[in-house]
Write a protein that binds this ligand. Structure first.
Ligand code: CS2
Length: 502
């Protein structure tokens, strides 16, 4: 009897789909004038989109550096840095190949970062490094003990010493420290400071640093973090940065869930090529910028970005209404067994928590032109788009830094006007219940959270609030308010809510 022929593994596709590259999409490659730190899905759906759609796109290429791992840079490089943006509306998907990223680099390649930041053609450094990476302590000051920061401060001061101690000649940053040990910073701001030192030495002149993370006054926060790091290098660098680096504040908005295998399969099927790195986003996008660009920038405003003198009202509207309600849904929704934003919003108890918080936030969003009712309505539609599977677990990460921006300002403003702030306090209570129940969560203070969550009653509440903001943890009225609100999304409440709403 004949044996069955061996099945080749993997089985070759009958009609293999070609990989995405410039032979399929001959997009021009612009010269690098923008350096980006934090090559992730959001950068690719947002700033890269705006750059591609600016009328002067041909002059503005982006060199994007990854954070902790090289994977995203390797995957993009293998397809000429091109990728597909899948715009996912309630009615269907549309596809666009984005080519504004022209170089994708492993974040650990600090030598390449220095080379690019030191080049006179480079005019802008954009950042999507996550809220947690700015190294802010709970009181908002630069925290020299934040994860990775102490190591970077040592690396920076060793490099600065090496710069002058041996020959008196400046050595290229990224080289060997005085001890003979090559140590380069590992945090994004540490790397940026290293690269800014290279720019100072090259004489390439002023540059703009543009934070695109969800922090209020993110330009000021970036300045604080960069100057805090630069102090380890030396006063001359601190002064050079203060005089030559413009820290631009921006409010960024585009819901961009993590890409799934199904998204990749869909691109192959619909577009007829293989893309290892597609990115999915909602059709809505918004970018508000405020600050100087001393060496120029693309005409992003012609692609829909808004340039303003006073950014705070826009920033607060987005941070409180969108991101704040995202955090409520992330913790309350998961406690009630939901996995996505759309699912959680469809739960009346979660929806009520969101609307109550919005009412409180709206009391402090009074600037002209903000159109809060319209913004709220649009958010309900955006969050309700069930074709965007925005995972609550993704939003739940890094709570200590996020809640500091999303819950605390509204709570403080409400109490300052003599109201309880219970809508904002409920966001904090939901988080406290969530960390007490969840086995695993991502946070720069995960160890401290675990230790505090092991306490009981008001002690637990106070210890956890302290990790978010020292002031609210010292206010006994706030601690007991949050304590009373704990349990609001427990199984019992779920049962009574179901009863009430059916
Ligand atoms: C979300 C944001 O993960 C989160 O914390 O709230 O990423 C949100 O989706 C974006 O800011 C939308 O622009």
């Amino acid at each position: 009897m004949n044996a069955a022929p061996p099945v080749p593994d993997p089985v070759p596709a009958l009609n293999p789909v070609p990989a995405l590259d410039r032979s399929l999409k001959p997009l021009p490659k612009a010269p690098v004038r923008i350096v980006h730190l934090g090559l992730g899905a959001f950068h690719r759906s947002h700033q890269a989109w705006y750059t591609q759609h600016a009328p002067d796109a041909a002059e503005w290429g982006i060199a994007a550096f990854t954070g902790r791992r090289p994977d995203a840079a390797e995957a993009l490089t293998a397809q000429d840095c091109l990728y597909t943006l899948v715009e996912r509306s309630a009615g269907g998907d549309s596809f666009e190949v984005i080519g504004s990223i022209v170089e994708a680099v492993d974040g650990a390649d600090v030598a390449r970062l220095c080379q690019l930041v030191a080049a006179p053609e480079t005019a802008v450094v954009t950042l999507t490094i996550t809220e947690a990476a700015y190294g802010l302590a709970a009181d908002g000051t630069f925290d020299a003990d934040a994860p990775g920061v102490a190591d970077d401060l040592r690396a920076l001061s060793a490099a600065a010493a090496g710069e002058t101690s041996t020959s008196g000649e400046p050595s290229a940053p990224g080289g060997t420290a005085a001890s003979g040990e090559a140590r380069v910073p590992g945090t994004p701001l540490g790397r940026l400071v290293w690269a800014l030192a290279a720019r100072k030495d090259s004489g390439a002149g002023p540059i703009a640093v543009v934070s695109c993370d969800n922090l209020s006054a993110n330009g000021d926060v970036a300045r604080r973090g960069v100057l805090g790091m630069a102090a380890a290098w030396g006063q001359d660098l601190v002064e050079w940065i203060a005089a030559n680096v413009s820290f631009v504040s921006t409010s960024v908005d585009r819901i961009t869930p993590r890409t799934t295998d199904a998204d990749m399969a869909e691109v192959a099927e619909q577009c007829g090529y293989r893309d290892s790195s597609p990115v999915v986003a909602e059709p809505f996008r918004n970018w508000v910028l405020s600050g100087d660009f001393p060496a120029g920038r693309p005409r992003w405003e012609d692609a829909g970005a808004v340039v303003v003198d006073e950014i705070e009202p826009y920033e607060n509207r987005k941070l409180w209404l969108l991101n704040g309600s995202h955090s409520i849904l992330a913790y309350a929704g998961q406690l009630r067994g939901h996995a996505t934003v759309a699912e959680a919003l469809a739960d009346p108890l979660c929806r009520k928590a969101v609307e109550d918080f919005w009412d409180e936030a709206a009391n402090h969003l009074r600037a002209e032109g903000l159109d809060i009712p319209g913004y709220r309505q649009a958010l309900l539609e955006r969050f309700g788009n069930a074709r965007i599977a925005h995972r609550l677990a993704q939003i739940a990460a890094d709570a200590t830094t996020k809640l500091r921006m999303r819950a605390v300002p509204v709570l403080a403003a409400e109490r300052a006007e003599g109201r309880s702030g219970s809508g904002a306090a409920l966001m904090l209570a939901a988080w406290i219940d969530y960390v007490a129940a969840a086995g695993e969560f991502q946070d720069p203070l995960a160890g401290e959270i675990r230790a505090s969550a092991a306490l009981e009653g008001t002690e637990r509440v106070q210890a956890l609030l302290r990790l978010v903001n020292a002031g609210i943890a010292e206010d006994t009225d706030i601690v007991s308010l949050v304590h009373r609100l704990c349990g609001s999304f427990s199984a019992t409440t779920a049962a009574s809510a179901a009863h009430t709403h059916t």
